[in-house]
Design a protein around this ligand. Structure first.
Ligand SMILES: Cc1cc2nc3c(=O)[nH]c(=O)nc-3n(C[C@H](O)[C@H](O)[C@H](O)COP(=O)(O)O)c2cc1C
Length: 511
């Protein structure tokens, strides 16, 4: 019998067996009714996201990050040409579109500014005079993403990127792993599971925290109250994911489910939160802040007023938008719980303006702010530092496959599979993360220069506008309901910042 007949026979028998299986199985109606061809439906459903992403969707369509945004991040991270040809494909007069009003006399010499520092305009821990207060040298920093939700290789790439670009790297709530120790400065996050700082029964243990940070480049501590993608609920790391390494780093038993409760066991009101923050700050000497999504407002009113009355409390407040990312979260929470960043931030900021603490507390923002226009806008309306999460993942090789919750991330970023992680080289991806962070800073400087100032926090209130969709614009402050006076920096602060950025005399015009 010729070989091709054998092949045909084998295929025919295989198809017959599949057809028999399809007809007699009871799980899938489509296969029972349409044996063999029904499988194409499942195949197309499976590869549908990739087809849409690479073939169907237009440049502006996809979420969370559209193709143009991803292309800008990838090109910046690879130090390739990040310019776009032929002009915008956005409707730049559409409602909500952000417009920077340039100066007729912009600051020249961006080439000379490339790679320049873009420091925070506030001193972290300055208000409470913490022993280890400092001025963050980068307004762009890497957001909390734990070892466990991200692979060791990805954490290593992020930390290498932080070291090379001089930004801070937040550990996330999974403790400090060896992958976090590649030279980048750290903010250690404490979540409700108190991983890396807990007793055996899951309560907070200050002694364990001191051991965890001892001899490590920890610059600040962040107490996580909630994150935008899934506020008000806890988390569970299932037993199979609790490897010996993760168990050791988190301080939990190996091979058993690990629960992060919805709320903290150490405090259940604002006074308790302030005491907790102060305890950690006094024991460690470090600035201590909180991270939270924005939900019910009485909490923020009370926090601001108690901080003002007692002159104590968090050194920084990280506001995470409801549009923020997560390794895994239920749809009603990712889609519907917590305010989007802009609404949440303006409400929280207003509470601190009311009590006069807005110039003391450092405000950190996250929720798709890792692109130049969004970051510049945020910095111009009172945000002091930008945290980038998924944008940094993209720089490290993520392709927005949105499979973080399955453990099968194809790029090795959000998985514990050794095989998939093999594809991610932390050294070269670390360089990409650094290029992205410093490229974003460069673009922020360039936007500021076009508007005649040297730092986005100095952008005058009327320089950032938002189109109202009916041939008019509102200033960003009006649009987001933010007190413009409250965001004007004092001249002494401007002078200090400009000196840090560039000790040489500055050419240009302050509007
Ligand atoms: C994979 C992944 C893991 C995360 N893990 C944490 C975490 O451990 N703690 C936390 O506070 N936020 C966590 N986040 C939220 C991010 O820190 C950030 O607040 C959010 O994604 C918004 O920023 P982005 O829009 O720049 O991603 C995680 C996000 C992602 C995508």
């Amino acid at each position: 019998m010729p070989w091709w007949l054998v092949v045909l026979l084998v295929i025919a028998v295989a198809l017959l067996l599949v057809a028999i299986h399809d007809v007699f199985q009871r799980k899938h109606a489509v296969l029972r009714n349409f044996p063999i061809v029904g499988h194409f439906r499942y195949l197309i459903e499976k590869i549908g996201p990739e087809l849409r992403q690479y073939v169907v969707a237009d440049n502006e369509e996809e979420r969370p990050f559209n193709r143009d945004q991803r292309r800008w991040i990838y090109a910046t991270a690879k130090h390739q040409n990040a310019y776009f040809g032929f002009g915008t494909d956005n409707d730049i007069g559409a409602t909500g579109h952000v417009l920077f009003l340039h100066s007729t006399f912009p600051i020249s010499g961006h080439e000379h500014a490339a790679g320049m520092e873009l420091p925070c305009t506030k001193i972290l821990g300055g208000w409470r005079d913490r022993p280890a207060k400092f001025r963050p040298s980068s307004v762009v920093n890497i957001s909390a993403m734990s070892f466990g939700s991200l692979s060791g290789a990805a954490i290593e790439a992020l930390n290498r990127g932080a070291a090379l670009s001089g930004c801070l790297h937040n550990t996330g709530e999974g403790g400090v792993s060896p992958y976090h120790l590649q030279g980048g400065d750290l903010i250690v996050q404490i979540g409700t599971g108190y991983f890396g700082c807990r007793t055996v029964d899951g309560r907070f243990d200050i002694g364990h925290l001191l051991e965890t940070i001892e001899g490590r480049p920890v610059k600040a501590i962040e107490v996580k109250l909630s994150q935008g993608a899934k506020p008000g609920m806890g988390g569970l790391l299932p037993a199979p994911k609790v490897t010996a390494e993760i168990a050791r780093i988190r301080g939990v038993p190996q091979g058993k489910d690990v629960a992060s409760p919805a709320s903290h066991a150490e405090f259940d009101d604002v006074a308790g939160l302030i005491d907790f923050v102060e305890l950690i700050a006094s024991e460690t000497g470090l600035p201590v802040g909180i991270k939270s999504a924005v939900g019910q407002m009485p909490f923020w009113e009370e926090l601001a007023s108690q901080m003002a009355e007692q002159n104590r409390g968090p050194d920084f407040i990280a506001v995470d938008g409801g549009e923020g990312g997560t390794g895994a979260g239920p749809l009603p929470f990712t889609d519907h719980v917590a305010l989007p960043f802009w609404m949440g931030f303006s409400r929280v900021f207003a509470e601190f303006v009311n009590v006069g603490l807005h110039r003391d507390v450092v405000f950190v923002g996250s929720g798709k702010l890792g692109l130049p226009a969004d970051a510049a806008l945020a910095l111009s309306v009172g945000v002091d530092l930008i945290n980038v999460g998924r944008e940094a993942m993209l720089a490290a090789g993520c392709v927005q496959a949105q499979k973080c919750h399955t453990g099968h991330c194809p790029t090795g970023v959000a998985t514990q599979s050794k095989w998939l992680q093999r594809g991610l080289d932390p050294t070269s991806k670390g360089v990409r993360v650094a290029n992205y962070v410093s490229g974003l800073r460069d673009e922020l400087i360039r936007l500021s220069h076009a508007c005649g100032v040297c730092h986005p926090a100095i952008l005058p209130g009327d320089a950032v506008n938002v189109a109202d969709g009916s041939r008019g614009t509102l200033s960003a402050h009006e649009w987001f309901d933010i007190d413009v006076e409250a965001t004007v920096l004092e001249p002494v602060v401007v002078k200090e910042v400009m000196e840090v950025m560039d000790p040489r005399p500055h050419v240009g015009h302050e509007n």
